[in-house]
Design a protein around this ligand. Structure first.
Ligand SMILES: [Zn+2]
Length: 313
């Protein structure tokens, strides 16, 4: 028996078939093509599911359960998406609309929560009781798992760790506040910081090509002083945010995923070095492990497919 996991993004709809051992055995994706009405989006998602099953010679009768991660505030009990800025959803019964199209049961969660749940079930979080999964991409998102359950808070909006303010009155953030972690430590912010630095350092390697996150890491590795400084300042802000999360929750594990985690040890090693002396519990015998997420883009699909493994689901 397979479960279906769907990772709904503003750019792409990715989905896959996940077996009982939580292996992603088949995956498809197509552009989301926004703007689109909720009904049309639900139709398109279901059509892609039917096509994916047909690719493998399966039908909905071969599916145990489906799960979807949605970039917004998901009210599973009511079957609504209370807010999703990319989709223009404001209290839309989107989960109900989708469920009406599926023969099997459909569960929904926030996309970052689903990705965290995937890492917990099948990735770097296997065997832990509590963890925080942080994603560094266009924004800074995250999911929290406490006592083996995805923590949504009273309204399924928990985990917005990108919107803790690090610098009062600082860089404007998409959420309307100023100085949020996301405005300093997302991939978008890294590129912005690099672009600003290059304006005063035309000799930098970064001035030779369009800048993306990977270019900043590569230039720093090649000995470029401007890139090294930008990266160090970026990591200092990220470390402050990571330390705040550790101090509040003391999870067994905090993992870093998203596009920038592709930098691997070049991100993780200096981050660990900066965080270790700052955490309040630095004298404790046991502290939060800081690791890279291990499932990459598959985390969201596997986590969504495994939403039925939550207690009470
Ligand atoms: Zn913010």
């Amino acid at each position: 028996m397979y479960n279906i996991g769907i990772d709904l993004g503003g750019t792409n709809i990715a989905m896959g078939l996940v077996d009982d051992a939580l292996h992603l055995v088949y995956q498809v994706s197509e552009p989301t093509n926004l703007p689109k009405s909720p009904e049309r989006l639900a139709d398109d998602i279901h059509a892609l599911v039917v096509r994916m099953l047909a690719d493998r010679g399966l039908t909905e009768a071969d599916v145990g359960c489906a799960g979807i991660g949605i970039p917004g505030t998901v009210n599973q009990a009511e079957g609504t998406v209370e807010y999703a800025n990319n989709f223009g959803f404001d209290n839309v019964p989107f989960v109900r609309l989708l469920q009406e199209r599926f023969a099997c049961r459909l569960l929904a969660a926030n996309d970052a929560g689903a990705a965290a749940w995937g890492e917990y079930l099948a990735g770097c979080g296997q065997g832990v009781n509590s963890m925080v999964a942080m994603t560094l991409g266009t924004g800074v998102g995250g999911g929290i798992i406490l006592n083996g359950r995805l923590w949504g808070g009273c309204n399924a909006a928990a985990g917005e760790m990108g919107h803790m303010v690090l610098h009062t009155g600082g860089r404007p953030c998409t959420c309307g506040r100023k100085g949020c972690l996301e405005a300093y430590a997302s991939a978008t912010a890294l590129v912005q910081r690099a672009a600003e630095a290059v304006a005063d350092a035309p000799e930098s390697l970064l001035a030779r090509a369009p800048i993306d996150g990977r270019a900043v890491f590569a230039a720093a590795k090649a000995g470029d002083a401007t890139a090294a400084r930008v990266l160090d300042e970026f990591l200092t802000d990220l470390a402050e945010g990571v330390t705040n999360i550790i101090n509040i929750l003391q999870p067994e594990l905090l993992c870093i995923g998203g596009g920038l985690s592709g930098a691997g040890a070049q991100l993780l090693a200096p981050l660990r070095k900066k965080v270790a002396p700052m955490i309040y519990s630095r004298y404790s015998r046991r502290n939060t492990r800081l690791e890279l997420a291990s499932l990459g883009n598959a985390a969201g699909i596997i986590g969504a497919a495994g939403l039925d493994r939550q207690e009470g689901m």
